[in-house]
Design a protein around this ligand. Structure first.
Ligand code: CO
Length: 158
C-alpha cells in the first residue's frame, strides 16, 4: 500500500463528476488500499477517489476506529431528518464549518468484489457518506455555507 497525493481546493479535478466503476479488479483493490492508507496518514475520516485524482465512484470511510467501509457506485435511496454539525475535508485543509446533513441515510452500493449491498447509517457516519458522495459529483462542503463561500473567495477559488 502506498500513500497518494491529495488533490486540494483550487484544482479543477475536484469539480469533475466521477464515473462508475466497471471493473472490480486488482487495480480497484490497490486504489482502495491506497485510499485507506492516504486517509489514515492524513488523519481523515473519509476519502473519495477524486481526492487522489481518480475520477471513479469509490469511497472509503472509517466508521469506527480501524473499521473501514468501502463503498463503490453508491446511490442514496432514503434520508431522514436533519442535523447540523462541524465538518472538514482532506481537500480543504485547516478549514471547518457547520453543515446541515440528513440524520439518517440508506444507500445501495457495491463492495470491492462487485457484490451489491445496502447500508444504513446515522449521525456521524451518515454525514461522512453524504460528504463523500458529494465528492463524486464535484460538490464540496464549502459550497453549502456562507463561511465556506467566504473561504473560497478568500482563496480565489470557486
Ligand atoms: Co471531503
Amino acid at each position: 500500500m502506498s500513500t497518494r497525493k491529495i488533490v486540494v481546493l483550487g484544482s479543477e479535478t475536484l469539480r469533475k463528476k466521477s464515473k462508475p466503476v466497471v471493473s472490480f479488479d486488482e487495480n480497484l483493490w490497490k486504489l482502495l488500499d491506497d485510499m485507506r492508507t492516504t486517509m489514515k496518514e492524513n488523519n481523515g475520516m473519509g476519502i473519495a477517489g477524486v481526492q487522489v485524482g481518480i475520477l471513479r465512484r469509490v469511497i472509503v470511510i472509517e466508521i469506527e476506529k480501524d473499521k473501514f467501509l468501502e463503498i463503490i457506485n453508491p446511490q442514496i435511496i432514503k434520508t431522514k431528518g436533519k442535523v447540523k454539525d462541524n465538518e472538514g475535508c482532506l481537500s480543504v485543509p485547516g478549514f471547518y464549518c457547520e453543515v446541515t446533513r440528513p440524520k439518517y441515510v440508506k444507500i445501495t452500493a457495491f463492495d470491492r468484489t462487485g457484490k451489491p449491498f445496502e447500508f444504513e447509517a446515522e449521525d456521524y457516519v451518515a454525514r461522512c457518506i453524504c460528504h463523500e458522495i458529494d465528492h463524486l459529483d464535484g460538490v464540496l462542503f464549502v459550497d453549502y455555507t456562507d463561511e465556506g463561500k467566504a473561504y473560497k473567495k478568500s482563496h480565489g477559488v470557486e
